[in-house]
Design a protein around this ligand. Structure first.
Ligand code: ZN
Length: 494
């Protein structure tokens, strides 16, 4: 019998055993393969090559309104893993104040594979190093002090079974890359310009994504040119002006001040580490004017080749397309099924009806929590970047973060960026260095005055979103157009 058939039999038998012992619900995730590889090249030398391969089983049992979780990497240990999960749930059930309920769902089956041509884990190390060397060469100049390349690959094959009869299988492939060039400006301050690998509309997620020059390596010349312009540029002066975010910066803005505060577990007061609170509460939904009428934010967003697209979440729920913010009004959140009953019980009414397909776990030995999937600002009616510049009297265009500081409830923020282009009376006038801007989240989004069209929309990748204790580093995507905000405090007061 194959390992899959053997395991399936053991899992099915144990799920029935848990139900027979009074479990309300049981689910199992088997990571048949969880492989990753990271390469770091510094000034043309391979500084790091970390690989990992894991495999194992994670079991959740809901009993007496409380969760129990256990995991094992030994497939011979399946029975005792279920017993430990049940025993944890029984202990927790004596302590919980709100009794959880998964509701009832009909079982379903499905599978999902990330679109890819060449599995990046299978590409030889020498081919990877040769490719990175060629990118490094294109970044080399005698005035550049540091060149950094970092690439990361993932391959996961995950099976899921639940006591409702659901079975899903997903094969996920991810490819991430960053290039950064650093040089000293006239004040002896280090300046940087970087480029992150982005998703191609309708494209794939394999090795071929990395080697497509349009998505990453072909930007080396621009990175160098812009770094040189930064070195000779004057500093941005403190003041209130319009700020236009390119997607390289806009995606972080969305991540920190829309994505994280809309995770339901944070809204309920869990995950308070890592600036983990939220200014949003259960009464905010359907009422809070989060932003101007131009702000439309979706979760998932039908992006086939983003790291936030995985077919089925860690509860087997199919990912779906839905709005979080509709014409500026907050309408929904990022949630698993597991959190909905607690939220509705605490609110004393039905605030949420359906899982957002946002239950995610970083490995077989971590219990799933509410995560971002693809949190996107939808394209708007205000044309191209050029069109938006034309209607700007006094502003700056900024790209890529250098620093970020965020309020513990995500109510305010302060970001530094790599580069700014000054805009006066509808035209770009010069490059400025050390740009920064800050704001109060709701006030800032209510000052959203222009949203670029589809041609400005880029799906940016995030591979290192941290959340949870123990920490779970997660990958996701943000589709973001060019966005303009008015009356923004920018630059630093001297
Ligand atoms: Zn994050």
């Amino acid at each position: 019998m194959s390992i899959f058939s053997e395991l399936k039999q053991a899992v099915t038998r144990n799920i029935d055993r848990m139900t027979g012992s009074g479990a309300q619900y049981t689910d199992v995730r088997w990571y048949q393969d969880d492989s990753s590889e990271m390469l770091v090249m510094l000034d043309g030398n391979l500084e790091g090559n970390d690989t990992s391969a894991e495999s194992g089983l994670g079991v959740r049992v809901l009993y007496g309104g409380a969760w129990g979780f256990a995991a094992t990497s030994r497939t011979a240990d399946v029975d005792s893993c279920f017993d430990r999960a049940m025993s944890n749930a029984v202990s927790a059930s004596k302590l919980v104040k709100v009794r959880l309920d998964m509701g009832s769902k009909l079982g379903h089956t499905g599978s999902y594979t990330s679109p890819h041509q060449v599995d990046p884990i299978d590409v030889s190390l020498s081919e990877k190093v040769d490719f990175l060397r060629s990118v490094d060469e294109s970044l080399t100049e005698d005035w550049i002090l540091r060149r950094m390349l970092r690439v990361q690959f993932q391959r996961m094959i995950i099976h899921f079974w639940s006591s409702e009869g659901t079975y899903t299988m997903k094969k996920l492939i991810n490819t991430f890359a960053h290039m950064t060039a650093l040089a000293m400006d006239t004040d002896h301050q280090m300046q940087r310009r970087s480029k992150t690998l982005v998703c191609e509309t309708g494209g794939t997620r394999g090795w071929e994504m990395l080697t497509n020059p349009a998505l990453w390596s072909g930007h080396a010349e621009r990175v160098k040119k812009e770094l040189k312009e930064i070195l000779a540029a004057p500093e941005l002066e403190y003041g209130t002006r319009s700020v236009i975010l390119l997607p390289g910066q806009g995606h972080l803005q969305v991540h920190e001040t829309i994505g994280h505060p809309l995770e339901l577990d944070r809204i309920l007061g869990y995950e308070l580490s890592y600036a983990g609170g939220s200014f949003v509460n259960l009464d905010s939904f359907g009422k809070l004017k989060y932003g101007s009428d131009k702000l439309n934010v979706s979760a998932y967003g039908s992006i086939v080749n983003s790291p936030g697209t995985f077919g089925f979440d860690a509860e087997g729920t199919p990912e779906r397309d839905y709005l979080l913010i509709d014409k500026g009004v907050l309408v929904n959140c990022l949630t698993s099924r597991a959190m909905i009953s607690e939220a509705n019980q605490r609110a004393g009414r039905e605030v949420f009806t359906e899982s957002g397909g946002a239950s995610r776990s970083t490995s077989f030995y971590r219990a799933p929590i509410d995560r971002m999937t693809n949190v996107n600002i939808l394209p708007g009616p205000d044309g191209t970047l050029k069109d938006i510049i034309k209607t700007t009297e006094d502003g700056i265009i900024v790209d890529n973060p250098t620093s970020w500081s965020i309020g513990s409830n995500r109510e305010h923020f302060h970001f530094g960026c790599e580069i700014a282009w000054e805009v006066k009376n509808g035209e770009i006038t010069r490059v400025l260095r050390n740009p920064s801007y800050q704001g109060h989240t709701v006030e800032f989004y209510n000052n959203l005055s222009a949203v670029g069209d589809q041609s400005t929309w880029v799906v940016e990748q995030v591979e290192n979103c941290g959340k949870g204790e123990p920490n779970q580093v997660m990958e996701l995507g943000h589709g973001v157009p060019v966005i303009k905000f008015d009356n923004v405090i920018s630059g630093e007061r001297k």
